[in-house]
Write a protein that binds this ligand. Structure first.
Ligand code: NAG
Ligand code: NAG
Ligand code: NAG
Ligand code: NAG
Ligand code: NAG
Ligand code: NAG
Ligand code: NAG
Ligand code: NAG
Ligand code: NAG
Ligand code: NAG
Length: 789
């Protein structure tokens, strides 16, 4: 029953409240210290082989637990082992589960409440399925390359926005007693050559290396991981790729010096599946758990397991280090009370996983009885619908095209409308070199381990046709993009009042996008639709940046970037089109006019490359990606900038932006006597300034404004490479027509600091720190400054 969900326009003001489907209140998490103590005590009772078992994935002895990643139980100590599952958007390759909105959609909401509630609901589904560890959330890749195949799993290229989204996601998931594995650490910005390859002559060509300077690492790629750790992430997954020529999972600088020491991370580092390439180096560098580990038949070699045992026996890896590995692996388990009241695994999880992965005919799948899955979706569809609408960005709206009101004659055009004709599963590639994805059908999520199979899907065709029928109107369909592109419109009569054109772009783990265009002849389809229909509304479903060479076509009256919204894709877009929900999404990235403004290109080397370490990429642009790049490149303008999005109403911002310090003075360095906690020096998180500005709804409809505050550190007292400005605060304010509310931001010490590479610490520079607030990165309405020293 979707009509009950957002029955009226006022719904936007009375936000749905998340109702937990877990009826027994969960025990509060232990402190990290208490949990580590329990874990140390547990580990002290273990035999050497059992400790090895905690550092190495395995399928255990029967009963075989076929999770994406499994740790074997230790029955004599009542330890049930761990079940880990992909992924960031729901329980992957399972049945009776929800397909949640992807990370990029979440970021586009700019709404902390929705981010957190999604985390809670995700945690609930994993918990009820008996899965201890959710392999997510993701903030790597961030989107240095808009073509990156996995950008959509994360929260976009701005570290502040991504940091908030990581924090809300982690805190929501762990609040339901499920572990998180924040990933992929770090600099894993492209899929191409993310893993090593072997030439015919046996030469191993190493994986891509991201060579990132210390300042850029701290201020950009590491920033959201710090939020995740502060929010209590249980584990961090090290990436497939190399960082500064050393595999991420063997890089002691990033694992030991930065993650475990500087950020005081007390949980465990788990390797991405197959990202471990040797034993001693990886264990000594700080990798705590190898996945998938000791799994016969997986085709992935195991370097921990027996080899780690031998290395410990030879004293090449110390017992102390092994104890540390095992203790770290057990700490989050105790912290989240998974030893006490964790539900048993749904018996359907194994068979569903195996059938989805290998098909009904596979011997593994046939070894299991088919049992109906436990349905853990509860009322999550409501929240998915709400978030999908909130993450939809209205980019253009002329001639009063939207919201739809009394129109009755619609064209529904484009291959993004119907149910997918290939079924509604996780889509593995059907052949070598054939891109994943499918031509006909709604695209609510990308591919790879972050994908999902659908227990339910509400297509745009279904939702819109129902809506139009209920309004007494009619729809005319043309779904084949090539027919549209060719202008074969002879079946369309009369010319509809509104042409809704649904286009899409697929992206998946494992490959990068071939270009930034919408796929399946989309550009021609827009042009020919617009030639027919002077009221053409384009809806895009895609992984983030898509080029829109047709954006200024006079007959394209509205554009909605709807991202990957999850299973309520049809209801979410219907709510926005008819204004049941006000569009309040904002771009979490910039849309360039051309690909040449879309960041550094993906590195692609010829197939015959013989130099084993040829795949290496210096991140010479430093922090200058996305809006930082446009700010640093006068004369270059994006088509639609970071932070931009329209509403059906109008907002004004007061001329006076107020900033006041809430500390006596801004010391150059954080006060180390305040100690260190997961997330780093405590003082970095101290609020040092409060910033306020008034926002008024000056239009005629209720709606949500997204005021943003940007910080500009002085260029003359910071080293080269300081961005012109960086996002350091945002709010989402729901306002009635005529209503004014104050937006208020608390800026932390970290928000006003840069990473000083010589001093190796965060520093607040002397001089004038400018603050500006506005409705996007290019629409700044008010400013002020804080003078330091
Ligand atoms: C294991 O759990 C059982 C049942 O809850 C309990 O009786 C037993 O004492 C536990 N054993 C240990 C070693 O904790
Ligand atoms: C990577 O190399 C750069 C350039 O030498 C250096 O600034 C940075 O600190 C290194 N980062 C790590 C994590 O080793
Ligand atoms: C995998 O585990 C089994 C059972 O514990 C053990 O016999 C085998 O030696 C292990 N193999 C590796 C590579 O660790
Ligand atoms: C231990 O290290 C030594 C010296 O590098 C090496 O010769 C030996 O093979 C190693 N043994 C194991 C089991 O790792
Ligand atoms: C729809 O309503 C508007 C006013 O809200 C009116 O101007 C327009 O003529 C109506 N269109 C139709 C097709 O009824
Ligand atoms: C695009 O559509 C036109 C017209 O139907 C067709 O000729 C062309 O082959 C299509 N291009 C692609 C890439 O499908
Ligand atoms: C826009 O629509 C009008 C009226 O249908 C048509 O004459 C014109 O050619 C269209 N423009 C484009 C760019 O398709
Ligand atoms: C690799 O192939 C390209 C053509 O595809 C050729 O120009 C180049 O010389 C080859 N390089 C090597 C090292 O064989
Ligand atoms: C630093 O923090 C300590 C511990 O909270 C406090 O006693 C001390 O006064 C602080 N120093 C400064 C300069 O604020
Ligand atoms: C902001 O609005 C409030 C009323 O909502 C008003 O009292 C206050 O003076 C305004 N502040 C500024 C800076 O305009």
């Amino acid at each position: 029953m979707h009509t009950a969900i957002a029955p009226s326009f006022v719904c936007v003001l009375t936000a749905l409240q998340y109702v937990s489907a877990i009826d027994v209140p969960l025990k509060a998490p232990l402190s990290w210290d208490e949990a580590s103590e329990k874990a140390r005590n547990f580990v002290s009772q273990l035999k050497l082989s059992e400790k090895i078992g905690l550092a190495t994935g395995s399928y255990g002895s029967p009963p075989f637990l076929p999770c994406v990643g499994t740790l074997a139980p230790i029955e004599r100590l009542n330890y049930s082992g761990l079940c880990m599952s992909d992924g960031p958007n729901g329980v992957n390759r399972a049945d009776g589960v929800s397909v949640f909105a992807s990370g990029i959609t979440v970021a586009a909401t700019w709404d902390r409440r929705l981010m957190h509630e999604r985390g809670l609901a995700l945690g609930e589904e994993f918990r009820m399925k008996g899965i201890h560890v959710l392999l997510g959330p993701s903030t790597g890749p961030m989107g240095r390359h808009p073509r990156g195949g996995r950008n959509w799993e994360g929260f976009g290229p701005d570290p502040y926005l991504a940091g908030v989204a990581m924090s809300e996601s982690v805190s929501g998931i762990v609040a339901n007693g499920v572990q998180t594995s924040s990933k992929h650490y770090i600099g894993n910005e492209q899929e191409t050559q993310r893993v090593p390859s072997t030439r015919d002559d046996g030469t191993v060509i190493e994986a891509i290396s991201a060579n990132i300077d210390d300042r850029t690492l701290h201020e950009l790629y590491l920033w959201p991981f710090a939020n995740a750790i502060r929010a209590g992430t249980s584990s961090v997954m090290c990436a497939y790729s190399r960082l500064n020529q050393t595999y991420s999972c063997a890089n002691s600088e990033i694992l030991k010096a930065i993650l475990k020491d500087e950020l005081a991370f007390p949980g465990y580092v788990v390797s991405d599946w197959g990202a471990t390439h040797s034993t001693v180096n990886f264990a000594e560098a700080g990798l705590d758990l190898e996945m998938p580990g000791n799994v016969t038949g997986s085709g992935i070699p195991c370097y921990f397991g027996d080899e780690l045992l031998e290395a410990v026996q030879a004293n090449n890896v110390s017992t102390k280090r092994l104890d540390d590995m095992a203790t770290r692996v057990m700490t989050p388990y105790f912290r989240l009370n998974q030893d006490m009241d964790f539900p048993a695994m749904d018996p359907a999880t194994g068979p569903t996983f195996l059938v989805t992965q290998f098909g009904h005919g596979s011997p593994l799948a046939r070894a299991y009885a088919e049992v109906p899955a436990l349905d853990v979706r509860a009322d999550h569809a409501r929240g998915i619908r709400e978030l999908g609408a909130a993450g939809t960005v209205l980019l253009k709206n002329v001639n009063g095209a939207l919201p739809l009101t009394n129109e009755t004659s619609f064209a529904l055009f484009g291959n993004g409308l119907p149910d997918p004709t290939i079924g509604s599963a996780f889509v593995p590639p059907r052949a070598e070199d054939v891109p994943e994805g499918f031509e006909m059908g709604a695209l609510d999520i990308g591919g790879g381990s972050g994908s999902m199979r659908h227990t339910n899907l509400v297509s745009p065709l279904e939702a819109i046709r129902n809506k139009v029928n209920a309004l007494g109107g009619r729809v005319q369909l043309l779904l084949d993009n090539n027919e549209i592109a060719a202008g074969r419109f002879s079946t369309i009569y009369p010319t509809p009042q509104v042409c809704l054109l649904f286009l899409k772009a697929y992206a998946s783990e494992g490959t990068d996008r071939p270009d930034l265009n919408l796929q399946w002849n989309a550009t021609m389809a827009v042009e020919s639709t617009a030639a027919l229909c002077p009221n053409t509304i384009v809806v895009t479903h895609g992984p983030g940046v898509v080029l829109m060479p047709w954006a200024n076509n006079e007959n394209v009256t509205a554009i909605l970037a709807a991202h990957y919204p999850g299973e309520e894709i049809g209801n979410s877009i219907t709510d926005v089109l008819w204004g049941t929900v006000e569009p309040s999404g904002r771009l979490p990235y910039s849309i360039p006019m051309e690909e040449s403004d879309a960041g550094p290109p993906i590195l692609i080397l010829p197939e015959n490359t013989t130099n084993p370490s040829a795949w290496t990429e210096d991140f010479v642009e430093g922090q200058m990606i996305d809006y930082r790049y446009f700010d640093a490149s006068p004369g270059q303008e994006p088509l639609y900038e970071f932070g931009f999005g329209l509403s059906y109403t109008e907002f004004e911002m007061g001329e006076s932006l107020n900033a006041r310090l809430v500390v006596d003075s801004l010391n150059r360095y954080a006060n180390k006597s305040m100690g260190i906690e997961p997330g780093g020096l405590v003082d970095l998180w101290t609020n040092v300034a409060v910033v306020t500005v008034n926002i008024t709804n000056s239009g005629h409809r209720a709606g949500a404004a997204v005021p943003q505050v940007y910080v500009s550190l002085p260029q003359d007292t910071t080293p080269q490479g300081t961005p012109v400005k960086v996002l350091r605060g945002f709010s989402k304010l729901y306002l009635q027509p005529g209503e004014t509310q104050q937006a208020k931001w608390e800026l932390m010490r970290r928000d006003l600091s840069y990473w000083d590479v010589e001093e190796r610490e965060w520093v607040i520079p002397r001089g004038s720190i400018y603050l500006s607030s506005g409705f996007s990165s290019a629409d700044l309405r008010a400013n002020t400054m804080i003078t330091n020293g």
